[in-house]
Design a protein around this ligand. Structure first.
Ligand code: ATP
Length: 517
């Protein structure tokens, strides 16, 4: 193997969300659902490249969580089994879990623009002086903030922009009188925002022919409850013993009040959840282990830089059942639309025995449902550590992280996916469409395809073919040229550095295996 050329990579340029969304649409990563009919708010489809990327993410999760050996904090292999539960469950499930009673987001409507917002995401800007005009906008939305500032008088502006005067306040905290002089984010008049109201986020449907309250059912708002409801089945049908985990990947549905930020807040999305059952006194140890392992997992699959953080919740943020427990933390990513802030990718929570106890109570069997520890001859409800991640937010983070503007390239950009995540692992090109080169390239392509997703491309100039692969994030491009055909070799171009290696044809499959693993 010999090095052919090594151009240096160009300096990083800032990333814009609009450019990322445009590339996703243009190259078939993500489309609006039912786009030909004008789309539907909060629903997204994955095109060929996006479907492969998301599948690679989910496969990596399943493989690393369920199939590969993991060593836990006690030095023993971590025991995790998988399940695949239905989206529609007996509606009593959602009464037990608290979703029917409490799965609410506060929302606010604008009577003028007919827009609906999550009230806890709306903030108001303006002077605190009596009678001053207030301007509402969505937190972290810089465009709306700028529009709100523009609406202020010169006098108000001086106050509003003076950090000494605290004038950005949560909408939920202002009085009815202040609401009456608040301009909505998309309104031309003040006082059009309603009082915040609770809104149940579960989608409802009916099972069977008669649509009445007896046939009412819900689309699951999280995959976790399918796991909890099957805890006893799994214990009875497998040889698991506490500590052990149950994992599931699947769709979840939430009728989000304000779906926004591309796929970040969707109404239909996929979760990757683990419920890890433990003895209560080991909660701290397992919580810390899961938190740290999950953080390093996201780093390993390509979110290695400073855009990824681990944030431990303050005590007043914790769910009621977690207050006395080991803790809750979020793994957060700095998306272009949250920058300089961060958005949640995964939450790791100590849920204590809340869910198992709630299901035991609601199904009427109560304490009889306690887990029996044979070794200790003891019955108890195990505690739970729950690492709950979003596959769509994960995919979006991979897309945002990979997007690398590079004006020196024909494509102007390349997608810097880790080889394990890249939708296409290699492109195989004959330099020209004659002299036996296409036949050699096709043989190699067939050989590689037995294991990997590779593409064969013989159209257009080699530069254009590289550009297409750069946008798809393909880490390696293999070109059969005349020198190679006579010496039984090909050049392999590295996506990021554009450096080229010359490798013997018969060694290329092993070369690719080693790098995309
Ligand atoms: P948020 O506060 O952003 O609404 P959450 O804390 O309600 O999120 P969880 O209920 O903990 O989220 O769900 C676990 C994971 O599911 C989240 O970390 C996220 O990755 C994903 N998720 C939740 N809601 C959505 C959504 N509307 N669209 C896409 N992914 C979501």
């Amino acid at each position: 193997m010999s090095e052919v050329t090594t151009p240096s990579p160009s300096p990083a340029a800032p990333k814009k969300m609009d450019d990322i969304v445009a590339l996703c649409r243009r190259r078939g990563f993500i489309f609006q659902s039912s786009e030909i009919y004008g789309g539907i708010n909060g629903f997204w489809d994955y095109g060929p490249l996006g479907a492969s990327l998301k599948r690679n993410l989910k496969n990596a999760w399943w493989n690393d969580v369920v199939e590969r050996e993991l060593i836990g904090p006690d030095g023993n292999p971590v025991d995790i089994v998988g399940v695949d539960c239905t989206i529609i469950m007996n509606p009593k499930t959602w009464v037990a879990s608290g979703h029917v009673g409490g799965f609410n987001d506060p929302m606010v409507d604008c009577k003028e623009s007919k827009s609906r917002y999550r009230a806890d995401h709306v903030v108001v800007l303006g002077s605190t002086a009596p009678g001053a005009r207030l301007y509402a906008f969505i937190e972290n939305d810089e465009e709306q903030r700028a529009a709100a500032v523009k609406g202020l008088t010169r006098y108000e502006k001086r106050d509003a922009l003076d950090p000494a005067v605290h004038v950005v306040r949560p909408f939920m905290s202002i009085s009815a009188e202040e609401r009456a002089r608040t301009m909505g984010p998309h309104a031309k008049e003040a006082g059009t925002l309603t009082e915040p109201r609770q809104f149940n986020l579960m989608f409802e449907t009916h099972c069977g022919a008669i649509r009445d309250e007896n046939s009412l059912a819900y689309l699951r708002p999280e995959t976790a409850q399918g796991i909890f409801a099957n805890f006893w089945n799994v214990c009875d049908s497998t040889r698991v013993r506490v500590p052990f985990g149950i994992a599931q990947i699947g769709k979840a549905f939430r009728n989000e009040v304000t779906p926004r930020n591309f796929t970040f807040r969707s109404r239909e999305f996929e979760q990757m959840e683990i419920e890890f059952f433990i003895r209560p006194e080991t909660a701290n140890e397992w919580y810390r282990w899961w938190r740290d392992w999950r953080f390093s997992w996201w780093q390993q699959i390509g979110l290695a830089g400073e855009n990824l953080i681990l944030r431990e919740h303050d005590r007043d943020e914790l769910a009621h059942y977690a207050k006395e427990g080991a803790g809750t933390s979020d793994i957060e990513y700095r998306f272009p639309f949250t920058a300089p802030g961060f958005g949640e990718l995964e939450g790791i929570a100590h849920r204590a025995d809340f869910d198992l106890k709630a299901h035991a109570t609601h199904c009427g069997k109560g304490d009889k449902m306690r887990y029996f520890d044979q070794e200790k001859n003891e019955r108890y409800f195990p505690h739970v550590i729950e690492p709950s991640a979003g596959a769509d937010r994960g995919t979006l983070a991979l897309l945002c992280e990979a997007y690398t503007p590079d004006p020196s390239r024909a494509s102007g950009v390349y997608m810097n996916f880790a080889p394990r995540m890249a939708p296409v692992k290699a492109g195989v090109f004959p330099l020209v469409n004659k002299d036996g080169l296409p036949e050699i390239a096709e043989r190699l392509y067939r050989d590689l395809r037995r294991k990997h997703n590779v593409e064969f491309d013989e159209k257009q100039s080699i530069g254009k073919r590289y550009a297409r692969m750069d946008e798809a994030g393909t880490p390696f491009c293999i070109t059969i040229d005349h020198d190679g055909a006579s010496s039984g070799t090909a050049t392999i171009r590295h996506r990021n550095t554009q450096a080229q290696d010359r490798v013997a044809l018969d060694q290329i499959p092993a070369w690719i295996d080693e790098r995309v693993g």
